[in-house]
Design a protein around this ligand. Structure first.
Ligand SMILES: [Zn+2]
Length: 139
Protein backbone atom coordinates (compact mmCIF):
# COMPACT_ATOMS: atom_id res chain seq x y z
CA UNK A 1 0.00 0.00 0.00
CA UNK A 2 2.83 2.44 0.77
CA UNK A 3 5.16 1.56 -2.08
CA UNK A 4 5.63 5.20 -3.02
CA UNK A 5 6.04 6.37 0.53
CA UNK A 6 9.08 5.87 2.69
CA UNK A 7 7.49 6.23 6.08
CA UNK A 8 10.23 7.70 8.20
CA UNK A 9 8.72 6.87 11.56
CA UNK A 10 9.36 3.76 13.65
CA UNK A 11 7.47 0.67 12.54
CA UNK A 12 7.43 2.12 9.03
CA UNK A 13 4.85 4.69 10.05
CA UNK A 14 2.13 2.11 10.47
CA UNK A 15 -0.66 3.51 12.59
CA UNK A 16 0.84 7.01 12.85
CA UNK A 17 -1.08 8.60 9.97
CA UNK A 18 -4.74 7.82 9.62
CA UNK A 19 -7.68 9.15 7.66
CA UNK A 20 -10.72 10.24 9.60
CA UNK A 21 -13.59 12.67 9.35
CA UNK A 22 -12.39 16.27 9.42
CA UNK A 23 -14.18 19.31 10.81
CA UNK A 24 -12.58 21.25 7.93
CA UNK A 25 -13.46 19.14 4.89
CA UNK A 26 -14.27 15.52 4.15
CA UNK A 27 -11.72 12.99 5.26
CA UNK A 28 -8.55 14.51 6.65
CA UNK A 29 -5.10 13.25 7.51
CA UNK A 30 -4.60 12.77 11.23
CA UNK A 31 -1.94 11.47 13.52
CA UNK A 32 -2.81 9.29 16.47
CA UNK A 33 0.51 9.77 18.25
CA UNK A 34 2.32 12.58 20.07
CA UNK A 35 5.12 13.76 17.81
CA UNK A 36 7.83 16.38 18.36
CA UNK A 37 8.15 19.24 15.88
CA UNK A 38 10.05 18.54 12.68
CA UNK A 39 9.05 14.89 12.45
CA UNK A 40 9.02 13.60 8.89
CA UNK A 41 5.51 12.18 8.69
CA UNK A 42 5.94 10.72 5.23
CA UNK A 43 7.94 11.34 2.10
CA UNK A 44 7.05 11.11 -1.53
CA UNK A 45 9.57 8.94 -3.28
CA UNK A 46 10.46 8.85 -6.93
CA UNK A 47 11.37 12.52 -7.14
CA UNK A 48 14.05 13.37 -9.68
CA UNK A 49 14.07 17.10 -8.97
CA UNK A 50 13.05 19.35 -6.13
CA UNK A 51 9.33 19.99 -5.97
CA UNK A 52 8.13 23.27 -7.43
CA UNK A 53 5.10 25.03 -5.99
CA UNK A 54 3.13 23.69 -8.96
CA UNK A 55 4.29 20.14 -8.14
CA UNK A 56 3.17 20.57 -4.54
CA UNK A 57 -0.23 21.82 -5.68
CA UNK A 58 -0.48 18.81 -7.95
CA UNK A 59 0.27 16.20 -5.30
CA UNK A 60 -2.23 17.82 -2.93
CA UNK A 61 -4.72 18.04 -5.78
CA UNK A 62 -5.55 21.76 -5.67
CA UNK A 63 -5.56 24.46 -8.31
CA UNK A 64 -7.20 22.20 -10.87
CA UNK A 65 -3.97 20.28 -11.27
CA UNK A 66 -4.53 16.58 -10.84
CA UNK A 67 -2.00 14.23 -12.37
CA UNK A 68 -4.20 11.31 -11.30
CA UNK A 69 -1.35 9.62 -9.53
CA UNK A 70 -3.08 7.33 -7.06
CA UNK A 71 0.06 7.06 -4.97
CA UNK A 72 -0.50 10.62 -3.83
CA UNK A 73 -3.53 9.51 -1.83
CA UNK A 74 -1.95 10.53 1.48
CA UNK A 75 -1.12 14.06 0.31
CA UNK A 76 -4.55 14.51 -1.26
CA UNK A 77 -6.14 14.12 2.19
CA UNK A 78 -4.19 17.04 3.67
CA UNK A 79 -6.60 19.87 4.34
CA UNK A 80 -5.75 23.56 4.37
CA UNK A 81 -5.56 25.62 7.54
CA UNK A 82 -4.67 29.28 7.92
CA UNK A 83 -2.86 28.11 11.08
CA UNK A 84 -1.12 25.00 9.74
CA UNK A 85 0.86 22.48 11.76
CA UNK A 86 2.80 21.02 8.84
CA UNK A 87 4.49 21.85 5.57
CA UNK A 88 5.66 20.03 2.46
CA UNK A 89 9.36 20.43 1.82
CA UNK A 90 11.00 20.77 -1.59
CA UNK A 91 12.20 17.20 -1.16
CA UNK A 92 8.66 15.87 -0.84
CA UNK A 93 8.57 15.41 2.92
CA UNK A 94 5.48 16.15 4.95
CA UNK A 95 6.90 17.63 8.17
CA UNK A 96 5.04 18.92 11.22
CA UNK A 97 6.23 22.42 12.14
CA UNK A 98 5.02 22.22 15.71
CA UNK A 99 4.49 19.48 18.26
CA UNK A 100 1.32 17.55 17.54
CA UNK A 101 -0.68 15.34 19.81
CA UNK A 102 -2.74 12.27 19.15
CA UNK A 103 -5.97 12.82 17.24
CA UNK A 104 -4.64 16.00 15.61
CA UNK A 105 -5.44 16.81 12.00
CA UNK A 106 -2.33 17.45 9.92
CA UNK A 107 -2.82 20.63 7.88
CA UNK A 108 -0.77 22.82 5.56
CA UNK A 109 -1.31 26.39 4.39
CA UNK A 110 -2.32 26.10 0.73
CA UNK A 111 -1.80 29.87 0.44
CA UNK A 112 1.96 29.33 0.61
CA UNK A 113 1.71 27.07 -2.46
CA UNK A 114 -0.48 29.33 -4.59
CA UNK A 115 2.05 31.94 -5.70
CA UNK A 116 1.36 32.68 -9.35
CA UNK A 117 -2.03 31.01 -9.24
CA UNK A 118 -5.40 32.70 -9.28
CA UNK A 119 -7.09 29.67 -7.67
CA UNK A 120 -9.11 30.45 -4.57
CA UNK A 121 -11.74 28.84 -2.39
CA UNK A 122 -13.64 29.65 0.76
CA UNK A 123 -11.75 28.66 3.89
CA UNK A 124 -13.50 26.57 6.48
CA UNK A 125 -10.56 26.09 8.86
CA UNK A 126 -12.08 28.13 11.70
CA UNK A 127 -8.66 28.90 13.17
CA UNK A 128 -8.42 32.14 15.20
CA UNK A 129 -6.43 33.74 12.36
CA UNK A 130 -8.59 32.41 9.53
CA UNK A 131 -8.35 34.50 6.35
CA UNK A 132 -11.76 33.16 5.21
CA UNK A 133 -10.44 32.65 1.70
CA UNK A 134 -7.77 30.28 0.46
CA UNK A 135 -5.60 32.10 -2.08
CA UNK A 136 -1.99 33.02 -2.56
CA UNK A 137 -0.60 34.85 0.44
CA UNK A 138 2.11 36.42 -1.74
CA UNK A 139 0.27 37.73 -4.83
ZN1 LIG B 1 -8.83 29.62 7.36
Amino acid sequence: MNQIFDMALPNNGMGILIFQASSIHGLGLFTNDDLPASTILCRRLGLRTALSLRDKRAIIGIDGIDPAVPEDFIFKKINHSCQPNATITDTGCLVNIERVFGDTEITVDYGQLLTGSSWSAACLCRSPNCRHIICSIYN
